[in-house]
Design a protein around this ligand. Structure first.
Ligand SMILES: NC(=O)C1=CN([C@@H]2O[C@H](COP(=O)(O)OP(=O)(O)OC[C@H]3O[C@@H](n4cnc5c(N)ncnc54)[C@H](O)[C@@H]3O)[C@@H](O)[C@H]2O)C=CC1
Ligand SMILES: O=C([O-])CC(=O)C(=O)O
Length: 344
């Protein structure tokens, strides 16, 4: 029995993600929460001939609590998307509060659930969830994930395009490490399961790296103000959620790059920290998943000088993004204490 819950389920990502989770035969219950439209989305999905029982919830009558009750895995695509000219960090002002409130709901109702954060900026929203869970004394770093799978999916697609065979894209595996925004997205193309053409021009390699790092902008621009990636993100989110579910059900050897707390595997983190040359609280590296979440954080391994330079360039922004999330929660709690009776 697996209950999956989507918070932000009526949105551009939420709806197709809910569809793909409904299509996952391992999901037996699907809870859909949003501030609008979830009863309709749930009614629609409930006619699909797969095992999951679907229920839609809205904020009145404790809807969030009802949606989260009994949740095994919670995926969060709630929040505003970018418009052209914006960075992911520009979303922080609105999305930080949304994610903090939803994290509070999870901490009080489903503290053991695996939490998969899609809402941007991921480099900051994941630390927000961690801090809220700490405040509620229910934080287990092994169960919290920032979803960076879209970067991995893009890398597979763009590499197979360069190899001239899109049908390879299902098989091409490229570790993408760091975080989920611009220069913090670091594809380790030298470790691609399918090597780039021998003698690829430096300019072509650099263009490929840039396309993976800024693939999100490509979609934002093409959508002309109507939002950012939704369908490819739903695909990526369902891929990652599917891996977590299979691992939780006992399948061994499942790995995926994901943005996790380095406290989730201190031994793995020590090796990674050595490679990075400094400590970071969160980082996306290839992670082995198991019944309790993170089993092992893999080191970067052998990488080229060009990749080392990309990792180095990612660190300052990552550090700032993580601090922004952490400080936000500290300040919100401080303000709530000063304001009197806490609603946190
Ligand atoms: N991690 C990643 O790789 C990616 C992340 N994203 C991010 O995902 C987020 C969602 O994007 P879209 O689905 O395109 O946006 P959207 O605007 O289409 O949908 C967001 C949904 O969240 C809901 N929502 C807002 N406040 C809420 C609350 N307090 N509780 C529950 N639901 C709430 C809205 O009603 C809406 O249905 C954005 O922050 C976007 O930047 C988008 C693409 C990739
Ligand atoms: O670019 C955005 O704002 C949405 C996103 O995270 C992505 O597509 O990778």
């Amino acid at each position: 029995m697996v209950k999956a819950v989507v918070l932000g389920a009526a949105g551009g990502i939420g709806q197709p993600l809910a569809l793909l989770l409904k299509a996952n035969p391992l999901v037996t219950e699907l809870g859909l929460f949003d501030i609008v439209n979830t009863p309709g989305v749930a009614a629609d999905l409930s006619h699909i001939s797969t095992p999951a029982k679907v229920e839609g919830y809205l904020p009145p009558d404790d809807g969030l609590k009802k949606a989260l009750t009994g949740a095994d895995i919670v995926v969060i695509p709630a929040g505003v998307p970018r418009k052209p000219g914006m960075t992911r960090d520009d979303l922080f002002k609105i999305n930080a509060g949304i994610v903090k409130d939803l994290a509070t709901g999870i901490a009080t109702t489903a503290p053991k659930a695996f939490v998969l954060v899609i809402s941007n900026p991921v480099n900051s929203t994941v630390p927000i969830v961690a801090e809220v869970f700490k405040k509620h004394n229910v934080y287990d770093p092994k169960r919290l994930f920032g979803v960076t799978t879209l970067d991995v999916v893009r890398a597979s697609t763009f590499v197979s395009e360069i190899l001239g065979n899109l049908s390879l894209s299902k098989e091409v595996v490229v570790p993408v490490v760091g975080g989920h925004s611009g220069v913090t997205i670091v594809p380790l193309l030298s470790q691609s399961s399918h090597p780039l053409p021998a003698g690829i021009a430096t300019s072509d390699y650099e263009a490929l790296v840039k396309r993976i790092q800024f693939g999100g902008d490509e979609v934002v621009k093409a959508k002309q103000g109507a939002g950012s990636a939704t369908l490819s993100m739903a695909f990526a989110g369902a891929e990652f959620a599917g891996k977590v579910i299979r691992a939780v059900k006992g399948e061994k050897g499942i790995t995926a790059p994901t943005f996790v707390s380095l406290a989730s595997d201190p031994a793995g983190a020590a090796a990674l920290t050595k490679e990075l040359g400094q400590e970071l609280e969160f980082f996306s590296s290839t992670v082995e998943l198991g019944t309790e979440g993170v089993v092992k954080i893999h080191p970067l391994g052998t990488i080229t000088d060009a990749e080392k330079a990309l990792v180095k360039a990612a660190i300052p922004e990552l550090e700032t993004n993580i601090k922004t999330g952490t400080n936000y929660v500290a300040e919100a709690y401080k303000k709530a204490e000063e304001d009197g009776p806490s609603r946190l």
